[in-house]
Design a protein around this ligand. Structure first.
Ligand code: LLP
Length: 422
């Protein structure tokens, strides 16, 4: 089964289709590199979270860093989502897409004064604060603005990495969050500052997590802090368990979102916090398997050591393989009868690190269309203009309809703000 199924599948003739649309044809009509998303796949992924949270106060805040294209945000805003943002720019995008600031949580370790002011003026729901320095600064900015800033403290639950190697942000020794042991003191400080109003607690233990246990461990630790903070007389209205649920790139078998949420809620209920509003900040698991990157084969370059399949998408379009050595499935959009060969799929950028996949077996010829799967998350959102490559176009499929949600950039746009000297 293909990652991205059931929206992504081969038809009887072997043609790869997303939401019923033949991908090769879309690539030819709209040009490549081209990101293509299934709206239904995104909404389906969201529905799994919503199903499990039904009947209790909750807010799913889409971590828009995963894919911040306006039509993606619009899709989630219309479906009742809030947003997890990490910059003033992301806030502007939410508002431009029709999202509401009152459903925005603002995360990140390095918020500037200007970003704080912007978010206060917009009326965001909550600042997820990551250090005591940030608490002090936020209070000052809020007092100067004549407001009180709603805050949640991002606590670092320090869950055991040894047994759960996918976790990278919930451990001591990384830049994120307030250490477990310092959380109570930080809450006391927050409660004493004139510009702040304590409203919640949050954590985020990492990304592409494929097991339930680390979440349960983290939840217990977070709930311990809730108990201590409330015993000190500081009430918390919401508990935010962050994002991080993994998707299938190859043979990973992450828990379904509804299962994960139900298991977490069991713990929350067992500890007596069932009445609190529950937040999640999923990114990848809402959009990752809903998108593909289409690219056209330019040249085949067989060699003694390696065979290279040179395509028109590159590390600037999809950074994950070059940056994390991430494995992403690559499938020909149409199947050929010729025997398969083993290829390194590489782009035109002048770096040896410019590859999309290594040692992949398929039959291909110049002009063929390939699809990089599971590319809906951290694909377009991380694209750059290296080598003065205009960024890709994007399509959103919605049943019969094909929406161009981003036009391809032009090279002129890339240097429009530059000036020659004198
Ligand atoms: N909340 C916070 C505070 C985060 O830092 C993140 C992701 C999320 C939520 C959403 O996590 P997700 O559900 O997407 O795992 N570029 C990398 C992933 C970086 C994730 C950063 N933080 C990649 O391509 O794998």
């Amino acid at each position: 089964m293909l990652p991205g199924a059931p929206h992504l599948a081969r038809d009887a003739a072997g043609e790869l289709r997303l939401e019923g649309h033949a991908l090769a044809e879309l690539g030819r009509r709209h040009g490549t590199p081209l990101y293509v998303y299934s709206r239904a796949a995104m909404l389906n992924a969201l529905a799994a979270y919503q199903r499990a949270l039904q009947g209790r106060r909750h807010l799913v805040c889409y971590a828009m860093k995963a894919n911040s294209s306006l039509a993606v945000l619009q899709t989630f805003a219309q479906a009742g989502c809030g947003f997890d943002i990490v910059s003033g720019g992301e806030l502007e995008r939410v508002l431009a897409a029709g999202g509401s600031a009152s459903r925005v949580v603002f995360s990140g370790v390095g918020k500037t004064r200007a970003e704080m002011r912007q978010a206060l003026d917009a009326g965001v729901r909550c600042f997820n604060v990551e250090s005591t320095g940030e608490l002090e600064r936020l209070s000052e900015v809020a007092v100067a603005a004549g407001r009180r800033a709603p805050v949640s403290l991002r606590v670092n639950p320090d869950v055991d990495a040894g047994t759960h190697p996918y976790i990278s942000t919930g451990l001591k020794g990384n830049k994120f969050g307030i250490a477990h042991g310092e959380a109570l003191a930080a809450y006391r400080r927050a409660a004493s500052l004139p510009g702040l109003e304590v409203v919640g607690i949050d954590c985020h233990i990492g990304s592409q997590i494929t097991q339930v246990e680390p979440y349960l461990d983290a939840a217990e630790r977070v709930l311990d802090i809730v108990a201590a903070v409330e015993a000190a007389g500081i009430a918390l209205q919401h508990i935010d368990f962050g994002g991080g649920l993994g998707i299938t790139y190859t043979d990973e078998t992450p828990p379904a979102a509804d299962l994960l949420v139900r298991r977490l809620l069991e713990r929350v209920d067992a500890r007596g916090y069932g009445g609190r509003e529950i937040l999640f900040e999923p990114g990848r698991s809402l959009v990752g398997n809903a998108g593909v990157l289409l690219t056209e084969v330019q040249y085949l370059k067989p060699g003694d050591a390696k065979n290279f399949c040179i395509v028109d998408a590159a590390m600037n379009d999809l950074m994950r393989p070059a940056m994390y050595e991430a494995w992403m499935a690559i499938e020909p959009c149409a199947l050929r009868a010729e025997p398969a060969a083993t290829w390194d799929v590489v782009g035109p950028v002048c770096e040896s690190g410019d590859w999309l996949g290594r040692d992949r077996r398929f039959a291909a010829a110049p002009g063929d269309m390939l699809a990089v799967l599971s590319a809906g998350a951290y694909g377009m959102a991380m694209a750059s203009n290296y080598n003065t490559r205009p960024r890709a176009a994007e399509l959103m499929l919605d049943g019969e309809r094909v929406h161009v949600i981003r036009e391809r950039e032009t090279a002129r746009e890339l240097f429009a703000r530059e000036r020659l000297i004198g």
